[in-house]
Design a protein around this ligand. Structure first.
Ligand code: TRP
Length: 351
């Protein structure tokens, strides 16, 4: 069996370091590992429209931004197919058939859908398209016969639901669809990067993000005003590292080389943490170090982004070609699905 990756993001804003740590970094490594026969990366504009029906411009304007962020992170159009979801109408047809295999109460139990309904104040008026998006996500994954889906932890319930649909379809119509597995980042600190303000999640609507496209002075200013341990008031006070966003970011991004280069008086992160916990280490010093780490991580990404920003026509071509490749792959699966369901009448009637 071929090893195939399918993953994607909703284009509702530029991508930030939460996306990067939570999945983008992993995707680039998987792409470059040479272990996968195909890699599909999807800009999920149709899914983004399910909760932005009244603001289609917000979605439209961010399609190219997300493409730029992908290319900036090192998604390589020679190795990966980057495409736009709405340019693959086969996904919608698959969704329609899968909808018959899922109950309303099953979707209602999906924890991610539950949280999102609350967050968007949809309780009294859930758009139908939004409600069924877990089913369309199963179509996205299965259309490309994906075996692996690298995403953030919040997408676990979507993968569970997808597997159920695959099993149900195969049980009813015979072995047709491939069951995918989720790939989470191996570094636990990357699973859910907190916001700059210490809130559980980095999110555009909370205004607590560092964007991949932020300029160096903006990154520095954001880091220097980050929330830390509120009880660490004077330098000599003992400080807490658990749940302290500055240390969570260091867990996610710092490497031994960073210490050698920027903070040689500490051997590694454990030594820095021990000093902070003992007392005698000020937040400013730790933040300055984090700033150096983040600048080192983000500089090549920002430079590549600037390079692609000068070549927008090439980016558009990449998306156009990628979408054509994606359509072909999805059409082949749809053909198999129709055959399994025996609704391919005109092929069978031999007329
Ligand atoms: N739900 C994902 C997000 O919110 C985007 C997405 C749509 C996706 N379809 C997918 C991710 C299929 C992985 C696989 O970012």
């Amino acid at each position: 069996m071929q090893k195939i990756i399918l993953t994607g993001d909703r284009p509702t804003g530029k991508l930030h370091v939460g996306h990067y740590a939570g999945s983008l970094k992993e995707r680039v490594e998987l792409q470059n590992s040479g272990e996968y026969d195909k890699v599909f990366i999807m800009i999920a504009d149709a899914q983004a429209l399910t909760d932005n029906a009244e603001h289609p411009e917000k979605v439209r304007e961010n399609v190219l931004e997300v493409a730029l962020d992908y290319l900036a992170c090192g998604i390589d159009p020679k190795k990966s197919t980057i495409f736009i979801q709405s340019a693959v109408p086969q996904l919608t047809e698959l969704t329609a058939y899968y909808m018959n295999l899922v109950t309303v109460s099953r979707v209602q139990r999906n924890p991610t859908v539950k949280t999102e309904i609350k967050m968007r104040n949809f309780e009294a008026s859930i758009p139908v398209g939004f409600f069924v998006y877990p089913i369309s996500q199963a179509a996205d994954i299965t259309a490309f016969r994906a075996t692996a889906v690298p995403v953030g932890e919040d997408q676990l319930p979507m993968l569970e639901q997808c597997k159920e649909i695959v099993n149900k379809f195969n049980a009813v119509y015979g072995e047709t669809l491939t069951e995918p597995e989720i790939i989470l980042p191996s570094n636990k600190a990357c699973l859910r990067l907190p916001g700059l303000d210490g809130k559980a999640k980095m999110s555009k609507s909370l205004g607590n993000c560092i964007y991949l496209s932020d300029e160096p002075d903006v990154i520095k200013q954001k880091i220097m005003s980050m929330y830390t341990d509120p009880d660490h008031i004077r330098v000599q006070d003992p400080g807490k590292v658990e749940g302290n966003p500055v240390f969570v970011y260091l867990d996610a991004f710092s490497r031994p080389e960073h210490f050698a280069e920027f903070l040689p008086e500490y051997e590694n992160l454990d030594a820095l943490k021990a000093h902070y916990q003992r007392g005698g280490l000020g937040d400013v010093k730790v933040k300055k170090f984090l700033n150096n780490v983040m600048q080192a991580e983000l500089a090549p990404i920002r430079e590549r982004r600037h390079m692609w920003e000068q070549r927008l026509d090439d980016v558009k071509q990449i998306l156009k070609q990628g979408s054509a490749t994606a359509r072909e792959a999805a059409a082949a699966t749809l053909h198999d699905v129709r055959a399994a369901m025996q609704i391919n009448y005109f092929e069978n009637w031999h007329i």
